[in-house]
Write a protein that binds this ligand. Structure first.
Ligand code: ZN
Length: 411
């Protein structure tokens, strides 16, 4: 499977200048590919592979192309053809699209080293060094390990509009090196979990854990402050532009914090359990949330589920989406549906008398639906009551801070 890891990078001023120079040469290579594609009639134009063979000519004509790594230069030509095929795909799907355009420096901020010309070194703790040919060493914040069995296929270096640098490793792990998923018949309530993805930013698990969301109050307060400042600036002025960047910075900071947190949570889940069942959120969102809040929340949970999904293969865990409709209303013990208002926090079944927290009941239903999705019945030796670890009086609270600090939710 293919996936990627992204890290903040901290080039020295000297190396940063070198990076910018190289990216600019790649930009020219990209534009020159476009030029040749449109104006030159030759046999070796029309596909990335054929176009690569024009590189020696380029270098004879323009010495600037000799200054950068050859494989990376090939990759830039490939990028042009990828954009081209992306464009024609959109056209075929009935979208109105223009032609590929020349890229200005503002629009071209990255380059990719493919197969060679790079090396990841000194990975110890949270630091590492990326070496790039014809450029040098770049320090990176190595906050997530690249798995031993992964091959690094390529490295993309990018400068964000904020001026920050990032490197992104394109990784591939052979399927035969991936841990196998446990036999479904070995799954039971002790090694599987159902998740209730909350409306108010939390997760409840079917085995009785309540995981808080990150506290982003300070960040959102800062965002509001910067947005107020922006509203007082004259649109189009220098100060306006400066302030617009400030707002973008805070937003980006929040997004990154959320993503980092979701990485930790999802990694914990796929390590801890053999099977993770999760609600397909669309329906629930429509029913229980206002439109605007729903969009934001849906986006966050969708990202969460996407991460969970790709880690399922990486760590050898079943991740199965289940129908979300009715998980709150349905009684996990007897299946009878009882309508509940959104503010009713308890589940108390008028039919069988089963009582627990609203979200525990929902998570239990997710677990059961997951089992039936996999063609398994509810394990006979596990009644609903005993599947909950405690007396169901309350969830074991796990604070977001603990997830961030230890990357673990264990007691
Ligand atoms: Zn019941």
């Amino acid at each position: 499977m293919e996936y990627s890891h992204r890290y903040p990078a901290y080039p020295t001023q000297e190396v940063a200048a070198e990076l910018e120079y190289h990216i600019n040469v790649h930009r020219q290579a990209y534009n020159y590919t476009l030029y040749e594609y449109e104006h030159v009639d030759a046999d070796d134009i029309g596909s990335a592979y054929k176009h690569h063979s024009r590189l020696p000519d380029w270098k004879d004509q323009f010495s600037v192309f000799s200054a950068v790594n050859s494989k990376a230069l090939q990759r830039t030509i490939t990028r042009f053809y990828q954009n081209l095929s992306g464009l024609s795909e959109k056209k075929q799907n009935g979208h109105k699209v223009g032609e590929l355009k020349w890229k200005s420096p503002r629009e071209f901020k990255s380059m990719t080293f493919s197969q060679s010309g790079f090396e990841l070194k000194n990975t110890s703790g949270r630091r590492a060094t990326l070496w790039l040919s014809k450029i040098g060493d770049i320090k990176i914040r190595y906050h997530r390990d690249i798995p031993d069995e992964a091959d690094i296929k390529e490295v993309t270096v990018k400068k964000e509009t904020t001026g920050e640098w990032f490197v992104s490793f394109g990784l591939e792990t052979d399927d035969e090196n991936l841990p196998g998923k446990p036999d479904v018949n070995s799954l039971d309530a002790s090694n599987s979990v159902g998740l209730d993805l909350g409306i108010l930013n939390y997760i409840h698990t079917s085995d009785g854990k309540a995981v808080d969301w990150l506290d982003l109050e300070d960040e959102y307060e800062r965002l509001r402050r910067e947005q107020r400042k922006l509203s007082r600036k004259q649109e189009g002025s220098n100060n306006y532009e400066k302030q617009r960047k400030q707002v973008a910075n805070v937003k980006r900071h929040i997004r990154r914090k959320v993503l980092d947190y979701q990485h930790k949570l999802t990694t914990w889940l796929v390590r801890e359990y053999d099977a993770v069942f999760v609600e397909d959120l669309d329906v629930k969102g429509m029913l229980e949330q206002s439109y605007n809040a729903r969009n934001k929340q849906d986006a966050a949970w969708r990202q969460f589920i996407t991460l969970l999904d790709y880690k399922a293969d990486l760590y050898g865990t079943h991740v199965v989406p289940v129908e979300a409709r009715g998980t709150t209303k349905e009684c996990a013990a007897c299946g009878v549906e009882t309508p509940k208002s959104i503010w009713v926090r308890e589940h108390s079944c008028p039919s069988c008398g089963f009582e627990t927290e609203r979200d525990a009941n929902a998570a239990m239903n997710v677990l059961q639906r997951g089992f039936s999705e996999l063609g398994l019945g509810w394990p006979e030796d596990t009644s609903v009551e005993t599947a909950l670890p405690t007396d169901t009086a309350g969830f074991q609270r796990v604070s977001a801070k603990r997830v961030v600090e230890t990357g673990s939710l264990g007691a």
